[in-house]
Design a protein around this ligand. Structure first.
Ligand code: GAR
Length: 192
C-alpha cells in the first residue's frame, strides 16, 4: 500500500510490553519514504520491547507512569513530548495506559485492539473474545478519543474461531494484527 502525501509524516509508536506490534510496524513502515518513525516510547522500564526496538536501531524513550502523581500529569508530559517531536500521528501498539482528555483532546492517535469492537472494550479483550459464545473473533484499529476503545473504526478483520485452542487463537490474532496495523497506519495518515 502506498501513501500519497505532500509532506513526510512523522509518527510515534508507543508500547508497554512485548512490543511485537511495534517491531512489526518498524519493519513494515520504515521502507516507506513518506513516513518517519520519529519517536518510539514506552511507559514500562522493563518492557521486553525495548530490546526489540534497539535491535532495529531505535532507542525507546522511557516515560515511567509511576513517576507521575496522576494520569493527567503523565498525559501532560506525554503531550509535551509528542509536540516536541512534531509528531503527526501517535500509533498505540499494546500501550496499556488509559489516556485522559488531556491527551485525547489534543493528539491524533490510533489504537489496535484484539476484539471485534464494540465488543470487549477495555482490558482482557483477548481472553474475553476467546471465551464468548460467538463463532467469530477479530482485530480492530480505531481512532482514539476520550471513550476507552470507543473511537471511529479504521479497519476491522474477523476470523472463524471455532476449533481453535487459546494458543492457536492468540497466534491468529497476532497474525491479523501484523497485517492489519501497518495498512491502517497508512490509511490514517492519508486522512491527515
Ligand atoms: C496486542 O495484541 C494488542 O492488540 C493488545 O495488546 C497486545 C500487545 O502485544 N492491545 C490491547 O489489548 C489494548 N487494549 P505486543 O506488545 O506484542 O504488540
Amino acid at each position: 500500500m502506498s501513501l500519497n502525501v505532500s509532506k513526510r509524516k512523522r509518527i510515534a509508536i508507543l508500547f508497554s510490553g512485548e512490543g511485537t506490534n511495534m517491531q512489526n510496524l518498524i519493519q513494515k513502515l520504515s521502507p516507506h519514504k513518506e513516513i518517519e518513525i520519529a519517536l518510539v516510547l514506552t511507559n514500562n522500564t522493563n518492557a521486553k520491547g525495548i530490546a526489540r526496538a534497539k535491535k532495529l536501531g531505535f532507542t525507546p524513550l522511557v516515560l515511567n507512569h509511576k513517576d507521575f502523581q496522576s494520569r493527567e500529569a503523565f498525559d501532560k508530559r506525554l503531550v509535551e513530548i509528542v509536540h516536541a517531536h512534531q509528531i503527526d500521528l501517535v500509533v498505540l501498539a499494546g500501550f496499556m495506559r488509559i489516556l485522559t482528555p488531556v491527551f485525547t483532546d489534543i493528539v491524533k492517535a490510533i489504537n489496535i485492539h484484539p476484539s471485534l469492537l464494540p465488543k470487549h472494550k477495555g482490558k482482557d479483550a483477548l481472553i474475553n473474545s476467546f471465551n464468548d459464545s460467538d463463532t467469530k473473533a477479530g482485530v480492530t484499529v480505531h481512532w482514539v478519543n476520550s471513550e476507552l476503545d470507543g473511537g471511529e473504526i479504521i479497519e476491522q478483520q474477523s476470523f472463524d474461531k471455532r476449533g481453535l485452542d487459546f494458543k492457536a487463537f492468540e497466534k491468529r490474532v497476532h497474525e491479523i494484527e501484523y497485517e492489519l496495523y501497518p495498512k491502517a497506519v497508512i490509511k490514517a495518515l492519508q486522512t491527515l
